[in-house]
Design a binder for this molecule. Sequence first.
Ligand code: GDP
Length: 365
Amino acid sequence: MAGEAREQSTGKRLRQPIVVVLGHVDHGKTTLLDRIRGTAVTAKEPGLITQHVGASVVPASVIEKLAEPLKKLIPFKLIIPGLLFIDTPGHELFTNLRRRGGSVADFAILVVDINEGFQPQTYESIEILKQRRVPFIVAANKIDKIPGWKSNPNTPFIVSYRKQPQWVQEELERRLWDNVIAKLYEVGFQADRFDRVKDFTRTVAVIPISAKTGEGIAELLAVLAGLAQRYLQNRLRFAEGPAKGVILELREQPGLGTAADVIIYDGVLKRGDLIVTGGLEGPVITRVRALLMPKPLQEIRVAKRELEPVDEVYAAAGVRVVAPDIEKAVAGAPIYVATSEEEAKQLAEKIRREIEALRIKTEAE
Ligand code: GDP
């Protein structure tokens, strides 16, 4: 009975959705991620953005604060604890976020320069998102470059838009339609400006933003958080069981040898856990020697964070895993915690088959 109650109470917990940023080169992916990481400073809530390995979390409190002026437009109370953004944009890393039947990413932001419109990597990104069945919203970036636009830094789009003269508003609408919305229709997606969308399950929401001035970032985060918790609740339900994750990259950790940067999307990973992952030569069974996370700092703008050991991490999280033989693993391989040697063997077999299947699939692509 006690177990059941626990199951019920923990079963209700939601983890942060894992969000990736994709789009054509120079359309503003890196600037947007920097801006998102800087939102805690803007929201005057320093220290609240928690840095992970390879990812950053924007907590719900910051999103709610930013969305304050939008209450009438986007009424919601957040029950997800925040959003976890993968720090590296683009599709190279995204391909490593594979998970059986889809992607570890729960949501994507497709960045399109509103002035330049769709470019080859915009189409490529859409193809990848379609293949992996990752829902996405579109950030129509660089609105500050629209002729006549007068920027209102760190203001919601709606507020800044209302302050523009009519001819500037019309120019924005024209570019938004011609360069973004019409192009989405051409590739089979119904789309509209986010505040005109009636059914978010059928229509892709497009949010005009400037990653440079911060205009529209409030809506971007609010819409993402709102959509994720409304439509992805089952996926985000968090189990307090053995961790499941994927290896993002392998890295040298000075003094400790090779380590794996891992995104945990389910469960809890603990120091000493028996883990199973995949390598080119076959599955790797090992034990976690150390888990490293960036040290919490007051000053969040410091780029290079020192890592410190922690005992456990909860999904969703980005963490550096130090373990013997981890150098034999490959980026993109799944990583699972086993509760016994027996289970480890079964998981190893499962991983061997998964990697085999992926290899066949990748060759076919
Ligand atoms: P990425 O290749 O997609 O990661 O693009 P970057 O973030 O590196 O941006 C490419 C260039 O566009 C840089 O010079 C940025 O400063 C600039 N940029 C990005 N976002 C904006 C924006 O909203 N407005 C303006 N004016 N420039 C931007």
